[in-house]
Design a protein around this ligand. Structure first.
Ligand SMILES: C[S@@+](CC[C@H](N)C(=O)[O-])C[C@H]1O[C@@H](n2cnc3c(N)ncnc32)[C@H](O)[C@@H]1O
Length: 308
């Protein structure tokens, strides 16, 4: 326990954590870790900040593709790594060539937890520096926590190193903001209905309905037509701006700009079925905004309200 009375996180005793469930059953490990999380705050939450180097296996965000968009913390960890388990084609091979040429590389695509967890655990227990490399930021559609929980359950500490998520690369490419004064007050990171999300769990139409939300759709390149058709069926303005950014920040990056009414034709013409981000909302164009209070008279009036 810390002085704050919080507990949790791996200690020397955590090697026995696998008593809570069979080591070869990741779901049991996830359930056990969830119980711990509910019961007490992990010590490491107060002991470390994001960006600190910590003990264990770091889950690093590779950023959207361009190796220059990897964080300094991520780069340093990769340069010291002996084993890098990476997210396959979503991670630019240029980045692997540049920072990981000395390390063993394993592509995680097509491997299940039952294979990945022992692989990382054994390498870590052999004293090797292991890095789990996710695309973008691991916290966005990364399925990182289940791997972390399964490793923690095996007594292997883990932590997260953030990365630039593809929505941020997309907004930079579009030369716009995802939030924009008087245009967009909110951002939704979402995905369309399909195998993972039921129609009831798909909230894209509701976000668009709100009007002042920039909706960033991950994992939806293959479903642009269905998504736009649903928006039209729900009565949304066909002129609402939509951008599809394929491979944001990669050498073959491509930007398709249109509207709810015509973007599906453009995507199909280009032949994209994966690896693109769909952005819906007026912020796509960057038009129609008003100057903010931040750099107006308000800024010099000595207001105590936070300006960020
Ligand atoms: C499994 S999710 C991972 C997202 C990632 N964790 C992130 O923060 O960007 C994969 C989806 O992210 C989006 N994506 C990832 N990299 C991208 C890029 N460079 N450009 C556009 N979209 C990208 C695509 O929608 C793709 O289907």
């Amino acid at each position: 326990m810390t002085a704050d009375g919080v507990s949790g996180g791996p200690t020397d005793d955590d090697a026995s954590a696998s008593d809570d469930g069979p080591a070869d059953d990741p779901q049991a490990a996830i359930d056990a870790q969830s119980e711990r999380r509910r019961a007490a705050l992990d010590d490491r939450i107060v002991e470390h900040s994001a960006g600190d180097q910590q003990d264990g296996v770091p889950f690093v965000g590779a950023g959207p593709g361009n190796p220059r968009l990897l964080t300094v913390a991520g780069m340093e960890l990769l340069e010291e790594a002996d084993l890098v388990v990476h997210a396959g084609s979503l991670v630019n091979s240029e980045l692997l060539d540049e920072y990981c040429d000395h390390a063993d590389l394993v592509n995680s695509v097509g491997k299940d937890l039952e294979e990945l967890i022992p692989l990382m655990r054994d390498a870590y227990e052999d004293g090797r520096n292991v890095v789990r490399l996710h695309s973008g930021d691991p916290a966005i559609y990364g399925a990182a926590l289940e791997q972390m929980d399964a490793l923690e359950h095996e007594g292997v500490p883990t932590y997260l190193v953030p990365g630039v998520t593809s929505a941020f690369a997309a907004s930079a490419t579009l030369r716009t903001q995802l939030t924009l004064n008087e245009v967009s007050n909110h951002v939704a990171f979402t995905r369309p209905q399909g195998k993972t999300l039921t129609p009831e769990e798909d909230h894209i139409s509701e976000f668009v309905e709100m009007g002042d939300v920039t909706t960033c759709i991950y994992l939806g390149t293959h479903a642009v037509r269905e998504t736009m058709d649903r928006l039209l069926a729900d009565g949304h303005d066909p002129e609402t701006p939509v951008a599809v950014i394929y491979h944001a920040s990669w050498p073959d990056e491509d930007v398709l700009v249109g509207s709810i009414g015509d973007i599906a034709d453009r995507v199909e013409e280009a032949g994209y079925r994966a690896s693109a981000l769909v952005v819906i909302g007026e912020a796509v164009t960057g038009a129609g905004y008003e100057r903010s209070f931040l750099y107006g008279d308000w800024a010099t009036r000595g207001s105590t309200e936070s300006s960020d």
